[in-house]
Design a protein around this ligand. Sequence first.
Ligand code: CO
Length: 171
Amino acid sequence: MTVLNLLTYPNPILKRVSVEVTEFDQELQTFMQDMLDTMRANQGVGLAAPQVGVLKRVIVMDCTPGVAPPLMLANPVIVSAEGSVPSEEGCLCVPGYREIIKRHEKVVVNAQDCRGETLTFNAEGLLAICFQHEIDHLDGVLFVDRLSRIKREFFKRWQKKRSQLEATEAD
Ligand code: CO
């Protein structure tokens, strides 16, 4: 089992756009498994490659543990979306912060598995939210970038306090 290091906001790597996966080899399979281990070790329901500093379009998700097997996907794309729902989210890269944002209620996602086979998902509920959150990461977008203007001001203040606290602890 390999647990990779997580980047934390505001690391600039988290703002970058990831590149498509073109090689469906053993290296990719190992990386996907490492991502899954990392997600589980941090009690996450989803993880995107940029969160561990790798700018490749890879995500792993486990929204219904014990019900469905975890998803390990390359090149996920939202091909259609409908509806709008409030979604309370957090992110392993913004530890300790949760807030409500708007997401699509349902999404259709095309993606590839570790062998390059194309899969289609008709997602709703937590799975739909999770897809949107993780695919955002591949485009350098964090859930805090989707906060309303007022909530964003609160977040900035929260972030400032947190970094001051960290500076104090480092002394
Ligand atoms: Co996240």
